[in-house]
Write a protein that binds this ligand. Structure first.
Ligand code: MOS
Length: 751
């Protein structure tokens, strides 16, 4: 029986709840000092003077680092992925200029956290203050040529959007806004840096140990192999741990300066100005259609603030470009260089706001045309990706609509807005499509699998578990191949000394790592089979490879399971303490299914690869107070093979919970006079709590995708959030007849 897909409980669950699992700030190194930042209280200007005298004389202080005594970086950070993976090119503490509030300007290192914290308060900074530019300075809006440091074109078009919209019989042209959101992982970012001679070890909360390793090495100008990064447990990432931020390399420099291990743990408040965020944004969306609901054009213009130094905008038009059959499409982005740090990837980056806009507009169109929202989407359904003409490697969106409608009770919905009531509550149903790209990793993925003489196995690769269940799914994959139970498998991840794999980002992790582990475990099994069949004392001596199966910790004949032997018996007879195998996988190799195609061809040359889903929400709204209560959410997804039904369900539920937060609560407020956030804490930045979260039902469409990777895994990291907010906003419209186009939909907006 396959272990893959079963709802196995987290193998690391016990370690997490007992505190045995160590997060980056929790490694108790000997002689460790503590670094505390002083950050800028102004958003724009320059440092006139920093008086560090009192701090330096404060008890226990080892160093007070400022731009005046901080060693210069070997390389300027440049926006990009790979050798240097940063999503902000500006490096603080290298000069006197202030670009944003919360910018790190002093790092005080002392022998205890308390003494460092106290000394940091003694630092006096004076500034030349300038008026900050903010998202409100609309006269500063401009259209960049490229986004993300030249990696992404600003303008994307096909067909002729003006002509398409001109031919439309019905048009929806509206602006959809989203407040700024912050990631707010349970575990704030932290780094411990320890030097041993020229070699650096970093304990760092990161979505990818390898990009942290190469980035820090390159910024510091030391060999990559001299840096080791350890990140065994990560308490949530959501994209804010998907690139390297200044505190990590500043911590490494500080440790070198004081010649002791140094820990830098960001405070919750500092998390709002140190590791990126989702920018507030406005999407002007125009969609046109014929009277029978066929789309004739989609036009997207997004305006958002970015930092003074980087042209960053979440790409909110990629899913929009390919979701529905429509010949004419155009998307572009406009920026304001404001005094804020550079935004960064935030769960379902860009596609979350983009799909909020598109799926709201589709709902408006359905209402205007008197067509059921699901029916409208079916009228624009496509079996080929509109942007490329490629067929999908697999697509189950129709089944997602049907199943979701059934689970939410869509048939009870009266199409007329504000027509359904339960007592004083107005009742509404809403839905939205969901999709996310399946991004093939551009690098070779590798893993090691080892069988020990006692019949336990070890699986290793430098993957990350950001709370998603990596330990568990990798154990399941190896257990399945080797025919042993999950609890006999030790999974080791989060260390640059382990085989290379890609990071946890872009919903790519599970697909890439499960492929590598499957290949490694298969190589190991083949080695063990080879040992048995060539050993004259084995019952499997002379057997054919294809005739041998693995089950219950043993190798045996498929035709006669009594004929075989356990791994323990085999290794002890051969007097081998262990057998080890390395497996590598790259896109296009060994999908394990005969597709009749040439191997080693990237499937994305032939196929459009995406996961799809449908969100449904039932809400009730108090018309007197504008209070919204979610009654039920449903998410149904077609995402290839699901590796673990339980962790997958949790992951998708988590996405929907954030969707609820985004639709109703989450809002990073800024005082635009000062360019400073006013609610950088979990007391005033509202996130949903248990009382806000109703029944959430998740279901999967059984989907076999033979093209994408070894096990046909598409990845579910982010799709759970894409469209979730739109479904809720649409349900609120249905309940009230009021269309709020500005998230979060706080009670005041419904009165
Ligand atoms: Mo995710 S926003 O790609 O870490």
């Amino acid at each position: 029986m396959s272990q893959i897909g079963k709802p196995v409980s987290r193998v690391d669950g016990r370690a997490k709840v007992t505190g045995e699992a160590r997060y980056s700030a929790e490694f108790p190194l000997e002689n460790m000092a503590h670094g505390v930042f002083v950050t800028s209280s102004i958003a724009r200007g320059r440092i006139k003077e920093i008086d560090t005298a009192a701090a330096e004389e404060s008890p226990g202080v080892l160093a007070v680092l400022t731009h005046l005594n901080m060693p210069k970086l070997a390389k300027e950070p440049k926006l990009g992925f790979g050798a240097i993976q940063v999503t902000q090119s500006f490096a603080p503490m290298q000069g006197e200029e202030i670009f944003y509030s919360g910018q790190q300007i002093v790092l005080v290192v002392a022998d205890t956290l308390e003494r460092a914290t106290y000394a940091a308060k003694l630092v006096k900074v004076s500034y030349e203050v300038e008026k900050p530019v903010t998202a409100k300075d609309l006269d500063k809006v401009y259209e960049p040529e490229m986004l993300w440091g030249g990696m992404f074109p600003n303008r994307m078009a096909r067909g002729n959007v003006e002509q398409g919209l001109g031919e439309a019989e019905v048009t929806i042209a509206e602006t959809y806004s989203i407040a700024g959101n912050h990631h707010n992982p349970l575990e704030p970012s932290a780094t411990i840096a320890a030097w041993s001679g020229d070699k650096l070890t970093l304990y760092d909360g990161t979505q990818g140990v390898f990009f942290t390793q190469s980035t820090v090495a390159n910024l510091l100008g030391i060999p990559v192999e001299d840096v080791r990064v350890i990140s065994q447990y990560v308490g949530g990432g959501f994209g804010c741990k998907g690139s390297v931020w200044p505190h990590t390399w500043l911590c490494a420099i500080a440790a070198r300066q004081v010649n002791r291990p140094v820990k830098v743990a960001l405070t919750r408040e500092q998390m709002y100005t140190s590791v990126g965020y989702r920018e507030e944004q406005k999407i002007e969306l125009t969609i046109g259609a014929t009277r029978d609901g066929k789309l004739t054009g989609i036009k997207h213009v997004k305006t958002s603030p970015t930092s003074p130094f980087d042209e960053w905008a979440e790409p909110s038009s990629m899913i929009m470009n390919g979701l529905y059959a429509c010949d004419n499409f155009e998307a572009s982005y406009r920026l304001i260089k404001a005094n804020v740090m550079t935004p960064t990837f935030t769960r379902g980056p860009g596609e979350v706001p983009g799909m909020y806009a598109l799926e709201s507009a589709m709902d408006e169109l359905a209402d205007k045309l008197g067509i059921d929202p699901i029916e409208l989407r079916l009228r624009n359904y496509t079996e080929v990706e509109p942007a490329t003409g490629q067929p999908y490697s697999s697509k189950s969106l129709k089944q997602c609509y049907a199943r979701g409608a059934e689970l939410i009770g869509w048939s009870q919905r009266n199409a007329k807005p504000a027509s359904m009531r339960e007592g004083n509550w107005l009742i509404g149903y809403g839905m939205a499509s969901s999709s996310f790209p399946v991004l093939p990793p551009g690098t070779v993925q590798s893993a090691r699998a080892t069988m020990l003489a006692d019949g336990r196995a070890i699986v290793q690769c430098g993957a990350a578990d950001i709370g998603t269940g990596t330990y568990t799914i990798l154990a399941q994959v190896a257990a399945d191949v080797l025919g042993i139970s999950c609890d006999r498998i030790q999974v080791e991840i989060g260390d640059t000394t382990l085989p290379f794999v890609t990071s946890a980002g872009g919903s790519m992790g599970a697909a890439a790592w499960s492929s590598a582990v499957h290949v490694a475990a298969t190589e190991l099994r083949n080695k063990l089979v080879e040992l048995a069949k060539s050993n004259s004392e084995s019952l499997l001596f002379g057997a054919k490879v294809d005739d041998i199966a693995t089950e219950n910790g043993r190798l045996c004949l498929k035709s006669d399971s009594n004929k075989g032997e356990s791994y323990t018996a085999l290794l002890s007879r051969l007097q081998q303490p262990s057998v080890e195998a390395i497996g590598t996988w790259k896109v296009g190799e060994g999908t394990g299914v005969d597709t009749g195609e040439a191997p080693q061809e990237n499937p994305s040359i032939k196929y459009a690869m995406k996961s799809f889903g449908a969100h449904f929400a039932k809400v009730k709204v108090d018309p007197d107070f504008g209070i919204v209560r979610i009654v039920k959410c449903v998410g149904v997804f077609g995402a290839g093979r699901i590796l673990n039904a339980k962790t997958a369900r949790s992951q998708l539920m988590g996405g929907i919970v954030w969707g609820i937060g985004q639709a109703l609560l989450e809002h990073t407020h800024m005082d635009y006079n000062f360019g400073r956030y006013t609610n950088p804490n979990l007391a005033e930045y509202m996130i949903p709590v248990n009382a806000d979260i109703p029944e959430i039902e998740i279901d999967f469409i059984d989907e076999v995708d033979p093209h994408i990777n070894v096990l046909g895994v598409k990845g579910i990291g982010e799709i759970g959030m894409v469209g979730a907010g739109a479904a809720i906003a649409n349900a609120i419209f249905h309940a009230t007849g009021k269309r709020v186009r500005d998230l979060p939909i706080s009670p005041d907006k419904l009165l």
